[in-house]
Design a protein around this ligand. Structure first.
Ligand code: CA
Length: 621
């Protein structure tokens, strides 16, 4: 194994420290209580008998709410938990009405600190740490018997606390799988059990874990078995773990903004398939007996500050001197031309936030839109957008359009509640489906909206696409900054001068190049792709930085040997990723094709380390 350690100038390290102070905690969190309007389409758990009084056992009521309301791909269900303590005594399982595991479900609390799902102390069945048992267990359709699978679509948990109580040494806060688009956001998990957050069933990701604090447990976060498809973490706080903050065996974890106060290792990456990308870590407490990060697999780390540990990193049993790390790679960067052996280190920004009291929100249904009736809703949606209000919401359902929706005027936030925008049956989608035109505010945030068409960004405003899916994105010349967060969108096209930050990007459903960066600055934390074809082409002097993630080109098929994963055409690219391949011939033969000053070279699979049938790629040109 080739090891390298690169020291960056001290000045850069100081900049890093300042960044951590600002963003290492709960920056950007939805910390205020946020009730939902009564017609949001969400199911109020109290309507199914939950009391939330901290005394009544609400297990059956919550389970009833999950199972009695039919759901499907186009009819997502959000279970809403008003402030209160919901006492439970058994696992809350994400099942359907027939008792089968099923996805398309979200839990949403009114308040991260005041909506609490609490396991009763000393609950039977939760005392065996050899057979850990979770309070919340999400599931997949077409599941294995444990609910796992790779179709756990859009399972999400927002704005609440899970508390596993005392006397439950085998407890797990959340046993989570969500595929392609799914998030745990603004959540606290606390207890004295085995795992706070467990990803050890099959195909736990890809998904996004953001603004999550975990206090207690043997391990805060565990990913112990599966090797696909990666999980992205940002702004995570870990405290008071007994054995380790995070333990990862084979999976791909992409982490930014991790704070830890612990006397045990913060991260243990324990197997050769395990691949951890770690940015902006601040680890205090510590113990002179251990290092903060213990790596026996593959690790890329940048901007890590520790206190109290013997060292920041122990790599394959050897403690590497130093309590801070500017940049460390257990596998060296490759270059095809003369280039620095480091990442591009593009500036990182967090998306803007906008929260407005629910009394100010306006529903598209107030202007005549009718979900799920195959009637045209274009005019009603446009009236809502042009109403002068800033927060527009779509009660959960399918809305039909026959011409482009224009985002403009006072719109600052669209709350989709997992609604879909589609053409009526038998009609084609207008293109673009949505056009963002210059408006009255600096930014527009779109949350939880599924649009089966083109998102056209034709405005200097900053655009935030959060928990959005389907279709393609195009930044027109002059488009403002773009933030994509937990997004499943097929093709992306960025224009000269654009600044783009994507977190937890899942891209599939396209038979062409997924992301075309023409002269933009593109930063990605945690990518996952499926099927062959080129993932990113950077041209026009653009800059592209990929930090963590997993490309899955095979999908059961042979990958054409002519397919190139990444194209760098007279531009700058730095890459940190792995590929997963189920068999021989299911990986890219060519990872990178780069052209500089008219000369073209390729980085082939044979030139990079393997990961089973896949590859590990660290590249810079
Ligand atoms: Ca309609």
């Amino acid at each position: 194994m080739i090891k390298s350690r690169i020291k960056l100038p001290q000045i850069m390290l100081q900049c890093v420290a300042a960044t951590i102070l600002i963003y290492g905690g709960m920056a950007g969190s939805n910390a205020v209580a946020q009730p939902l309007p009564t017609n949001s389409g969400a199911i109020n758990v109290k309507d199914y008998g939950a009391k939330g009084d901290g005394i009544t056992d609400d297990t059956q009521a919550i389970q009833k709410a999950i199972q009695l309301v039919p759901r499907s791909n186009s009819k997502h269900v959000t279970i809403y938990f008003p402030k209160g303590t919901y006492s439970v005594s058994n696992s809350i399982k994400w099942l359907d009405g027939q008792g089968n595991w099923f996805p398309y479900l979200s839990f949403e609390g009114e308040s991260r600190t005041q909506t609490i799902i609490k396991l009763k102390d000393y609950t039977s069945g939760y005392n065996d740490s050899n057979n850990p048992k979770a309070v919340i267990v999400t599931g997949s359709q077409n599941p294995k018997s444990d609910g796992s699978g790779n179709e756990a679509f859009r399972n999400s948990i927002y704005d609440l606390t899970v508390d596993t109580g005392v006397g439950n040494s085998g407890s797990v806060g959340i046993d989570y799988i969500a595929n392609n688009k799914g998030a745990i956001r603004n959540v606290m998990i606390r207890g004295q059990g085995k795992y706070g957050l467990n990803f050890s069933r099959a195909w736990p990701g890809p998904n996004l874990i953001k603004n999550v604090s975990i206090d207690g447990f043997d391990y805060g976060i565990a990913s112990l078995n599966h090797y696909q498809y990666g999980i992205t973490f940002e702004h995570i706080s870990l405290t008071n773990q007994k054995l380790a903050g995070i333990t990862n065996k084979n999976n791909v974890l992409s982490i930014r903004g991790l704070t830890s106060i612990n006397s045990v290792p913060v991260i243990q990456n324990t197997a050769t398939s395990g691949f951890v990308t770690l940015l902006d870590g601040n680890f205090s407490g510590g113990s002179s007996a251990v290092s903060a990060v213990e790596n026996t697999g593959r690790l890329y780390a940048r901007n890590i500050i520790t206190a109290g540990y013997q060292s920041a990193i122990k790599n394959k049993g050897v403690a590497i001197a130093g309590t801070t790390v500017s940049e460390f790679a257990s596998t060296s960067f490759k270059s095809l031309f003369s280039s620095p052996q480091t990442s591009l280190n593009l500036p990182i920004a967090d998306p803007p936030e906008f929260h407005e009291d629910v009394s100010q929100w306006v529903s598209v249904t107030a202007f005549g839109a009718k979900p799920d009736d195959n009637s045209d809703d274009t005019a009603a949606i446009q009236k809502a957008i042009d109403s002068g209000k800033s927060t527009i919401y779509f009660p959960t359902g399918v809305y039909n359009i026959n011409s482009t929706i224009l985002m403009r005027g006072n719109v600052r936030k669209i709350i989709g509640m997992e609604s879909f925008i589609k053409p009526r049956a038998g009609y084609t989608m207008p293109s673009p489906a949505i056009r963002f035109e210059p408006g009255n505010y600096d930014s527009v945030i779109v949350e939880r909206l599924n649009v089966k068409g083109l998102w056209e960004h034709n405005s200097p405003q900053t655009l935030v696409l959060r928990d959005c899916a389907y279709g393609n994105y195009q930044g027109i010349k002059g488009a403002g900054s773009l933030f994509g967060e937990n997004v499943m969108i097929g093709k992306w096209q960025f224009s000269p001068g654009q600044k783009v930050w994507l977190r937890q990007l899942n891209t599939e459903f396209t038979n062409a190049t997924r992301l075309v960066n023409n002269g933009a600055k593109l930063w990605i934390l945690g990518i996952k792709t499926e099927d062959p074809y080129t993932v990113i082409e950077t041209t026009g002097g653009g800059q592209t930085e990929v930090l963590g993630g997993l490309l899955y080109p095979g999908h059961g098929n042979q990958v054409p040997t002519t397919d190139v994963a990444i194209i760098n055409n007279e531009s700058q690219t730095s890459l940190v990723y792995v590929t997963a391949a189920d068999g021989a011939g299911q990986d890219y033969t060519i990872h990178v094709r780069a052209t500089r000053n008219g000369t073209t070279k390729t980085l082939t699979k044979s030139a990079v380390p393997g990961r089973g049938n896949g590859s590990i790629v660290l590249y810079r040109d």
